[in-house]
Design a protein around this ligand. Structure first.
Ligand code: DGL
Length: 266
């Protein structure tokens, strides 16, 4: 039986990974769940993030996924807590991105992420394990993911906040590589490019999609034939998902649906 891949995020951000997945493995069926009712996760406690994420993983488990992608940097900083809790592999986004940066040979870079991701320090710690001399400028954003999740893809407020963060990063020192380490940010990549086209914006979603493809290949579960479909569910407003998916060029999707996610307790 052909099983789908589950993709979860606090909101619409993980659709950036779905777009890369469709390019790299067009045969796969994808079940997407975004918890927009509770977005942003980036300003919550670790315990709240853990319980909300387990509820999402249970949702995709009921749909018999063969693997789940945590298409969210914030949740990925605690991904080890999900090990052994589910009958399928759970793939995070930070590890493949750190691999990529390491191979790029970058000696200095900026991480733009939610406040929780910055506080957890996973990128910096993992990068230092491989490249002790690397210089990392961290920049946390309290509001950018929330604005994007509301569908503000080209508003003045979104533009102003991106400009504020780019200026703040440049104030820390000269830097070329900027990791868009919140999956919501690549949805407004044009704003970053309008404000400063000279910088190299790294989109971790592509690295995660590559890692998933490699893992499915190794497990002999990669769907090589046909064209897969995308089902999108959210605990919030479904219309914004359609708008984001269309902007990202996602194909073969059914109409996004609002659902209730069952609360998870331990
Ligand atoms: N998309 C999520 C990430 O990659 C975070 C947005 C949020 O704060 O919920 O970090």
């Amino acid at each position: 039986m052909k099983k789908p891949i589950g993709v979860i995020d606090s909101g619409i951000g993980g659709l950036t990974i779905v777009a890369s997945m469709q390019k790299l493995m067009p045969g796969e069926d994808i079940i997407y769940l975004g918890d927009s009712k509770n977005v942003p996760y980036g300003n919550k406690s670790e315990e709240d993030i853990y319980l909300l994420t387990m509820a999402m993983l249970k949702f995709v488990e009921e749909r018999e996924v063969k693997l789940a992608a945590i298409a969210c940097n914030t949740i990925s900083t605690i991904h080890k807590r999900f090990n052994g809790k589910l009958p399928f592999p759970v793939v995070d986004i930070v590890t493949p991105t750190v691999d990529h940066i390491d191979k790029m040979g970058a000696e200095r870079l900026a991480i733009l992420a939610t406040e929780f991701t910055v506080k957890m320090g996973s990128y910096e710690r993992m990068l230092r394990e491989r490249r002790p001399g690397i210089e990392v400028f961290n920049e946390g954003s309290r509001d950018l993911a929330t604005l994007i999740d509301r569908g503000e893809f080209d508003s003045q407020a979104t533009y102003d906040i991106v400009k504020h963060h780019l200026n703040s990063i440049k104030g820390k020192g000269e830097v070329y590589n900027i990791v868009l380490a919140c999956t919501h940010y690549p949805i407004v990549e044009e704003i970053f490019l309008d404000i400063d086209p000279s910088l190299n914006y790294i989109n971790p979603g592509f690295q995660q999609a590559k890692a998933i493809r490699a893992q499915l290949h190794d497990m002999e579960l990669l769907q090589r034939d046909g064209l897969g479909s995308v089902e999108i569910y959210t605990s919030g407003e479904a219309g914004i998902y359609r708008k984001a998916a269309e902007k990202l060029g996602i194909k073969r999707m059914s109409e996004p649906k609002t659902v209730a996610i069952k609360e998870y307790t331990e």
